[in-house]
Design a protein. Structure first.
Length: 294
């Protein structure tokens, strides 16, 4: 494999050409990809044109596949995709554009807020792989924020303040921020809140990163007003233009990112006129059982 790297924003993000996961998604290729991710955190691989099976096969080389609940469907509605694929689209189970009143529209709205995948789940979530199957003619880009560089630039006093602090993360908090409140008790019970540190050290690189997301509702043990003020200050700081780039999609692209040191968000497009079909796999650290079987 002879891959060529093109930086997207300094040391944050790169375009990687010359790697074809359709023909080589074995351990060596994925170890090489992971090494690039250690440096760049976000890697775009153009022209992959993966099938669902090819995406799942590649993803499994990076960790244990998580399963998507994809809430927002009525009880009578089947999921459009299999459980290991997160449906990041504006499409219904018949692959048509969602009706204006469909609850799945409400679910997708919070994707436009800065977030980290599955920070509201008690699991070692590592990489996400997002594949573009159809894209609108304009809009629908994805923004990425470098939480390593943001942490590095914090004043020493702020780093001292953050040491040891934890925030509660809930997917229902982020949905409420975007106006989504019409969810059933069985849906909310399936994903209770969890606590996450405000700073973590990457297990592979040793670099520290901020841990933020629209899912973060409050800092544990802090008064509500002080907690809200600090989370807002950190979010504003970490999403300054100097830490952010936006990726413009083409059909066939695959973008892989490390959730342990990034945030991301979608941007608007005319979702009542154009289809945007994106399929995400997300993996977590391998369990002892799967590691022994590997």
């Amino acid at each position: 494999m002879s891959a060529r790297e093109t930086p997207l924003r300094g040391s944050f993000g790169c375009r990687l050409e010359g790697m074809d996961l359709r023909t080589d998604s074995g351990p060596a290729a994925m170890a090489a990809l992971e090494a690039v991710l250690d440096r760049a955190a976000v890697v775009a691989l153009p022209g992959q044109f993966l099938t669902d099976e090819e995406q799942l096969k590649a993803s499994e080389q990076l960790g244990d596949l998580s399963r998507a609940l994809n809430p927002g469907r009525e009880k009578s509605q089947a999921a459009r995709l299999r459980a290991e694929l997160y449906d990041i689209s504006n499409l219904d189970e018949n692959h048509g554009i969602l009706a204006e009143t469909d609850r799945r529209r409400q679910w997708r709205e919070s994707d436009k807020l800065w977030h980290t995948d599955r920070s509201f789940i008690d699991a070692d979530t590592t990489y996400s792989l997002l594949s573009a199957r159809s894209v609108p003619p304009e809009g629908g880009d994805t923004g990425f924020a470098d939480m390593r560089a943001a942490y590095d630039d914090l004043p020493a006093a702020m780093k001292d303040t953050l040491a040891g602090l934890r925030a509660e993360h809930s997917v229902w908090h982020s949905r409420a921020l975007s106006g989504g409140v019409n969810f059933r008790p069985d849906e909310t019970a399936a994903m209770p809140p969890v606590a996450q540190p405000l700073v973590r050290e990457h297990p592979r690189t040793g670099r520290k990163s901020l841990v933020l997301a629209s899912h973060a509702s409050h800092i544990l043990g802090w008064p509500a007003d002080e907690s809200a003020a600090l989370l807002r200050e950190l979010m504003d700081f970490a999403t300054q233009p100097k830490y952010v780039f936006y990726y413009k999609w083409s059909v066939g692209d695959l973008v892989v990112w490390d959730n342990r040191c990034t945030m991301h968000r979608g941007t608007p497009f005319n979702d009542k006129a154009y289809k945007r079909d994106m399929r995400r796999t997300t993996v977590q650290g391998r369990s002892k059982h799967s590691a022994a079987a590997a």
